[in-house]
Write a protein that binds this ligand. Structure first.
Ligand SMILES: [Zn+2]
Length: 128
């Protein structure tokens, strides 16, 4: 069994946690000491390291993140992360489009109301 521990801290005003990545043959596990570090949720600390990012690592083994990345690639975890990150980006983009579309709809609605009023006015003006 191979194991690497990283101390991570997102910013100076947040506590630091320990992320532990274990590889046992084709099985990769990741745990974290933060409050959402259980198995059923995937905290940002673990996700960041599994995705090969060392930006939050405060222990002096940032180079080891590359090793985790190769573990992820050899176990199928890497592909799953790529898919998830892609899906999350798509969700974010779609939410932005939705906000824009909602705004456009409101504008179109207002334009429809205004132009209808203008038409009614034009009709009544033309009968005199
Ligand atoms: Zn965590």
């Amino acid at each position: 069994m191979d194991e690497i521990k990283f101390n991570v801290q997102v910013s100076n005003d947040t506590p630091h946690y320990t992320v532990t990545i274990c590889k046992e043959q084709k099985r990769l596990t990741a745990s974290c000491t933060c409050e959402s570090g259980g198995l059923d949720t995937l905290c940002k600390h673990r996700l960041s390291i599994l995705a090969g990012k060392a930006k939050w690592v405060i222990s002096n083994n940032t180079a080891e993140v590359k090793r985790v990345l190769s573990w992820a690639a050899s176990t199928g975890v890497g592909d799953a992360i790529v898919r998830m990150v892609r899906a999350q980006k798509r969700l974010k983009d779609t939410e932005q489009e939705l906000i824009k579309a909602t705004h456009n709809r409101e504008e179109a609605e207002q334009e429809a109301i205004t132009s209808r009023q203008e038409l009614i006015q034009a009709l009544s003006a033309s009968t005199e």
